[in-house]
Ligand binder design. Structure first.
Ligand code: ACO
Length: 323
């Protein structure tokens, strides 16, 4: 059976790092390191500076992923880029990455599913690879949420950061080892689209807008939806939770990670956590965490890895793969 295999990963962070204390001082916020760490687990985040954009971060992550894969950009026939903070309303940021990499001529487009964007991108790219649209794909999550934060709102601006992560997927025979993407489940429930949204856009206000969130409601839905979609993927693939080697979750909040792992009976030692260093980087968080664990040697060939995310819309999803 032809399946999509991860053959490389890469990530990129902006140069500027801000600790909780530096953030509070710079934006004159009535908050504390203690409050942020206790409620979220976040100790620092990276914010894009001048000349750093979603496209430049995405391109840097893609180059590193290609290097790990030992692949040339010219081999990439498909780029799917997940973002809620594109450089421009159009063209798709994926085409700007394509131009920077010099691999023009294939397919390139963006998907918008906010924090679940990378899971949607994996689902779309995997389907397209399996039916032969391309042989190799770049799947990228890249964001500059610092550009849509309201720094007057301490309940949201302390939670997010900027960054990008990328995977190179290759369509090839899965064989007896059952490697590659084994199953993906995606969901959306537009009834909750007002609980986490940006209050602007080209067609409504003509402005970029700022992020707005009802944090408690989001938290409640996140734990319920994530544990249910994880169970769905396990059922579909016939795998038990105990067989999973690593969970690479969306990094929204340490308490969501704890609560979801507990619901599945998974020890936290199997969960890759980067929210403390990166904060919530929306669509970039799963590939950023994945690349961190690839490069520090935690993720190894043969490992069974679960990716999961939940975000605005609401959208949520999970994907199980064997490396
Ligand atoms: N510093 C200090 N105090 C604060 C801050 C802050 N940065 N933000 C809020 N507070 C105060 C509030 O004003 C409130 O004070 P009050 O009791 O005097 O009114 C108090 O802290 C408690 O506020 P809550 O909003 O009830 O705090 P809660 O314990 O729910 O934590 C949080 C807030 C961290 C946002 C939590 O709801 C959460 O994690 N929600 C999930 C949201 C999330 O992670 N979203 C990411 C995007 S979606 C996703 O990626 C899944």
């Amino acid at each position: 059976m032809i399946r999509s295999h991860v053959i490389g990963s890469g990530s990129a962070l902006p140069a500027r790092r801000l600790t909780n204390e530096e953030l509070a001082a710079e934006y004159n916020l009535d908050t504390s390191d203690e409050w942020i760490v206790e409620r979220t687990g976040i100790t620092q985040r990276y914010f894009a500076g001048e000349g750093e954009t979603t496209a430049t971060l995405a391109t840097a992550a893609a180059r590193k992923a290609l290097e790990m894969a030992g692949a040339d950009a010219s081999e990439i026939g498909l780029i799917v880029l997940a973002t809620a903070t594109p450089d421009n309303t159009f063209p798709a940021t994926a085409t700007q990455v394509q131009q920077a990499l010099g691999c023009n001529g294939g397919i390139a487009f963006d998907v918008a599913a906010v924090c679940t964007g990378f899971l949607y991108a994996i689902g779309v790219a995997d389907s397209m690879l399996r039916i032969g649209h391309a042989k190799k794909a770049l799947v990228i999550g890249a964001e500059t949420f610092s550009r849509i934060l309201d720094f007057e709102d301490r309940t949201t601006c302390v939670l997010f950061g900027d960054g990008a992560g990328a995977l190179v997927l290759e369509a090839r025979e899965s064989g007896e080892a059952q490697t590659g993407v084994l199953g993906t489940k995606l969901h959306a429930d537009g009834a909750h689209c007002d609980l986490l949204h940006v209050d602007g856009g080209p067609s409504s206000t003509g402005t970029v807008g700022k992020l707005r969130m009802k944090g408690r409601e989001v938290f409640r839905h996140a734990v319920v939806n994530l544990s249910s979609v994880l169970k769905e993927v396990l059922e579909e693939t016939g795998v038990s939770a105990a067989e999973i080697d690593w969970v690479v979750p969306h990094q929204a909040n340490a308490r969501i990670l704890d609560a979801t792992a507990r619901k599945l009976g998974l020890p936290m030692e199997k969960v890759v956590v980067t929210v403390d260093r990166h904060a919530n980087t929306s669509a970039a968080s799963v590939p950023l965490a994945f690349d961190t664990a690839m490069r520090d040697g935690r993720l190894k060939a043969g490992d069974l890895v679960m990716l999961e995310a939940m975000g605005g819309g609401f959208t949520w999803g999970a994907s199980l793969l064997r490396l």
